[in-house]
Design a protein around this ligand. Structure first.
Ligand SMILES: Nc1ncnc2c1ncn2[C@@H]1O[C@H](COP(=O)(O)OP(=O)(O)OP(=O)(O)O)[C@@H](O)[C@H]1O
Length: 223
């Protein structure tokens, strides 16, 4: 379970420009649920994801993931925590164009110290789950937008994370590829992943496998 308690993120604290990107956020996200974090541009979605991802530290408040307090982990611990627990999917894919799909997907496994055989097995499995194994040897620069996003899904799940964070994952996809992305999410949910999707794309409205929609406005959760 992800528990967020009295979380604040202030930029330019104690200056004239002081700005609350997140204000007194309290949330509980159950394990193996799929949650939509919905809000217009600038509402604080990416900031909240990056705090849950331990990539940034809050100004105050707590984030507890499976009983571990993670909000203020030292950098080395937070990168280990991310490598073990989290997968990320971004709107801009964040892939290396000059590498093949399978080499991109193998990147999160390299620091972990698996053998080449183990890496190959895990990469192939992730590519299969994301429906992109047929393009495994293709350079990412030659993939379509939808194929790039499926490659990014494979990279996000290759370390078998419990939690998958998606930041505007359909922003660069057309309608058909957005639907395929949603089918992929549904499959990941069946694998008992906890999934948080930050989005303002109405395509995520009223999907049967979504457990909760959290609305955020000006850094505040609105019910
Ligand atoms: N490093 C920073 N320094 C100052 N202000 C920031 C910083 N990061 C984000 N902000 C501000 O915090 C607010 C929330 O930003 P955030 O990126 O979380 O919004 P968002 O809901 O994800 O928007 P989008 O949908 O456009 O990505 C914005 O007003 C943004 O300008």
């Amino acid at each position: 379970m992800i528990q967020i308690k009295n979380l604040n993120k202030i930029f330019y604290e104690n200056t004239k420009k002081e700005f609350y990107a997140l204000k007194d956020i309290n949330l509980e996200i159950e394990t193996s649920t799929c949650v939509i974090l919905k809000g217009i541009s600038g509402s604080g979605k990416s900031t909240l994801l990056s705090l849950i991802a331990t990539m940034e530290k809050p100004t105050s408040g707590e984030i507890i993931i499976d009983d571990e307090s993670v909000a203020k982990l030292p950098d080395l611990h937070s990168s280990n925590f991310r490598a073990k627990k989290l997968g990320f999917i971004f709107q801009s894919y964040n892939l290396f164009n000059e590498l093949s799909a399978k080499d991109n997907v193998s990147i999160p496994l390299i620091p972990v110290g698996f053998s080449q055989k183990e890496i190959n097995e895990k990469v192939l499995k992730a590519l299969e789950i994301a429906n992109i194994s047929h393009k495994k040897d293709e350079l990412v620069s030659n993939l379509s937008g939808g194929e790039k996003q499926r490659c990014a899904i494979a990279r996000a799940i290759v370390n078998n994370p419990d939690i998958i964070l998606c930041d505007e994952p359909t922003a660069n996809l057309d309608f058909d590829n957005s639907i395929k992305f949603i089918e992929n999410l549904k499959e990941l949910k069946k694998l008992n992943k906890t999934i948080i999707v930050a989005t303002h794309d109405p395509i995520f409205d009223n999907l049967d496998f979504i457990d909760n929609v959290i609305n955020i406005k000006n850094g505040i959760i609105c019910e």
